[in-house]
Design a protein around this ligand. Structure first.
Ligand SMILES: [Fe+2]
Ligand SMILES: [Fe+2]
Length: 218
């Protein structure tokens, strides 16, 4: 088994102290893909935990819609890598506590394409496409292309709902966690505009039986 050292110092200045290092040998996830995901979470603080909850909820939504096993595997991976393109963004934008200005927002909006560029030659096309279209809205008002309804791949329509729910209910640099009831209501209200109504139906079923993954907030 490979032992990987994870630093807790500042990754941008490289100021690591040996005393800060912990060894994760016992809990080591063994595939290079998992190591990459951990590195992504370390670089982009807001993604800690988020990507796994989005992945889990996406798989549950996909199951509810009746997708097959291969698509559920693709959803699990697209869920965990949907924001991987943010690795290219300036840490000052990623960790900004307030709203982004226009220029910063434009850069932020490029992360789906950056994620696609990173994954298209490494992963199945359906996974890379799910990443590319994960900010497209059902009514055509999303980005990067303004695709509409069924023209948006189903995997992306699913990740969008899971992502929106988790973004609202977890602590982000720019906002505290919002109440679950508020987030569920937002998703219900935006069915048919932002979100695919069929996906929202399954989401509301999961909400009604307390099956939504939540960040544990101390
Ligand atoms: Fe995103
Ligand atoms: Fe996200």
């Amino acid at each position: 088994m490979v032992i990987v050292a994870i630093g807790t110092g500042d990754p941008y200045t490289g100021r690591f102290e040996w005393s800060d290092w912990t060894f994760r040998g016992e809990h080591m996830r063994e595939t290079p893909r998992d190591i990459l995901i951990e590195v992504m979470e370390d670089v982009i603080e807001d993604l800690h935990g988020h990507v796994h909850r989005v992945s889990d909820l996406s798989v549950d939504l996909g199951t509810g819609i009746g997708l097959g096993g291969d698509d559920l595997d693709r959803l699990a991976l697209a869920g965990v890598l949907h924001d991987v393109g943010k690795i290219h963004l300036d840490p000052g934008i990623l960790g900004k506590p307030g709203p982004l200005n226009e220029e910063e927002f434009e850069l932020m909006r490029r992360h789906p394409e950056m994620g696609f560029a990173m994954t298209r030659n490494r992963l199945e096309p359906k996974v890379a496409e799910a990443i590319l279209y994960h900010h497209e809205r059902y009514d055509g008002g999303g980005y990067p292309f303004g695709l509409e309804a069924d023209n948006i791949p189903i995997l992306s329509r699913i990740v969008l709902v899971a992502d929106a729910f988790d973004a609202m209910t977890s602590v982000r640099a720019y906002q505290p966690a919002l109440p679950v009831e508020y987030a569920v209501d937002e998703i219900r209200t935006n069915a048919g505009t932002q979100f695919d109504p069929t996906v929202v139906d399954i989401f509301l079923e999961l909400a009604s039986v307390d099956r939504l993954p939540l960040e544990l907030i101390a």
